[in-house]
Design a protein around this ligand. Structure first.
Ligand SMILES: NC(=O)N[C@@H](CC(=O)O)C(=O)O
Ligand SMILES: [Zn+2]
Length: 427
């Protein structure tokens, strides 16, 4: 199959290219990039007025497979990824069984290959069964293709074990993706600790629940030299600490999710569990600090923390409903609307944070549109304004606080390995 993408605005951080050009794709590879390519193609796409960017790379998704496939599975959630412009996603290991050995890693990889939509890389758990007692078979999982380890859903509370894990990760040359939450301090908190929580009589989650673990993990990264990547940062102090770590040349990177830079806890609707996620929606000064941190380069990654849950599970009280919202089908539009139109990021920086930087952190030859690379490409319309409609999601789940929110910027097409895996024109 040959595809010619004509006249789009190519945004390629790897080669610092921001120019109107054509792309020619042959047998899954970008074989030519330039002005007015004359080659004949089986499919020609008019990309006039569109951004042409490398396929997005999401460092933080929950596919729920194996074990929680009533919420989502490899097929439905990679369809959701394709519709969101993603061509590579990292699956978190909090499944049933937990991904703590190479067999489960291979199961997910094989399933994703047979579905054949986007690239899935399975993250390995840090400890066996995520029980926080004994290290998982990290080396074996890395050999099976895990690009990172994570205890996502919780923190490894035992600092000695957390340090031992970092030593193994350092030796394997992989990052530790760290969900920072002090288990004892969080108690039974459900939303951010503030006046809203008080008014609704809900137990609060303080910023220190997250900040204390971030501080500890940065110190352990300094001690071990392991690459620490902080998941779903939500607090002002997280930005300050990442800045400190970078000044000290500690190998730390950090991600922010669209809901944390778009919403504050004041946006919550009482009793609506689509606003319940972990970490919770914070205060205005936190949100502003996250946006500034993304803008000045402190925070290098935008990930989704895509966390599907069924309507039944979410149709419960704020106390009982599970934490988490879906995110892959709204991330590009929210990022464009809030951060690019909001003046915090250039379109090129948006591509860096959603594709190029994650690929760099994970040592993947992705996130670029260079000639000779696999054709993972996304076409984005920066002019299209519309209301988000959760009923159009390809995810099995619809748990989003963004239903009917007006946004600008639409994923028009996703090409993975030279194959069109999503085409908005066919919806
Ligand atoms: N973020 C969430 O609110 N939920 C995630 C777990 C996680 O990423 O911490 C989940 O697995 O549902
Ligand atoms: Zn998490």
């Amino acid at each position: 199959m040959t595809i010619l993408i004509k006249g789009g605005r190519i945004l390629d951080p790897a080669t610092k290219t921001d120019d109107v050009m054509d792309l020619f794709i042959e047998d899954g590879v970008i074989t030519k990039r330039g002005k007015n390519i004359k080659k004949k193609a089986e499919k020609t796409i008019d990309a006039k007025g569109l951004y042409v960017m490398p396929g997005l790379v999401d460092m933080h998704v929950h596919l729920r497979d194996p074990g929680f496939t009533h919420k989502g599975d490899v097929e439905t959630e990679t369809r959701s990824a394709a519709r969101g412009g993603y061509t590579t996603v990292l699956a978190m290991p909090n499944t049933k069984p937990v991904v703590d050995n190479a067999d489960v890693v291979r199961y997910v990889h094989h399933k994703a290959e047979s579905v054949g939509l986007v690239h899935v890389l399975q993250v390995g758990a840090v400890t066996k069964g995520q029980q926080g007692e004994e290290l998982a078979d990290i080396k074996e999982m890395v050999e099976a293709g895990s690009p990172a380890i994570s205890e996502d859903g919780k923190s490894v509370m035992n600092s000695l074990l957390a340090r031992d894990a970092m030593l193994v990760a350092r030796d394997c040359n992989i990052p530790v993706l760290s969900h920072c939450e002090d288990k004892n301090l969080v108690g039974s908190g459900v939303v951010n600790e503030d006046e809203n929580a008080k008014r609704w009589g809900l137990a609060g989650i303080t910023n220190s629940v997250e900040d204390i673990m971030i501080a500890r993990n940065i110190l352990l990264s300094k001690d071990t030299g392991a690459h620490l990547h902080l998941c779903h940062c939500s607090t002002k102090n997280s930005v300050i600490m990442v800045k400190y770590a970078k000044l000290e040349h500690i190998p730390v990177s950090a991600e922010v999710c669209p809901h944390h830079f778009t919403l504050t806890s004041d946006d919550m609707v009482e009793g609506d569990t689509n606003y319940k996620m972990n970490p919770p929606l914070r205060r205005k000064d936190d949100v502003e600090a996250l946006k500034k941190g993304l803008s000045d380069g402190t925070m290098e990654v935008i990930s989704t923390d895509h966390a599907p849950h069924t309507a039944d599970e979410k149709n419960s009280s704020m106390v009982k409903a599970p934490f988490g919202i879906v995110g892959m089908e709204t991330a590009a539009a929210l990022t464009y609307t809030e951060l690019v139109l909001g003046g915090y990021l250039t379109p090129m920086q948006m591509v860096e944070k959603m594709s190029y930087n994650p690929a760099q952190i994970l040592h993947l030859k992705k996130g670029t549109l260079e000639e000779g690379r696999m054709a993972d490409v996304m076409l984005f319309d920066p002019e299209c304004t519309y209301a988000i409609d959760k009923n159009k999601f390809w995810s099995k789940a619809k748990n989003t606080p963004f239903h009917s929110r007006k946004v600008t910027g639409k994923v028009m097409m996703t090409i993975c390995d030279g194959k069109i895996v999503y085409d908005a024109a066919e919806e």
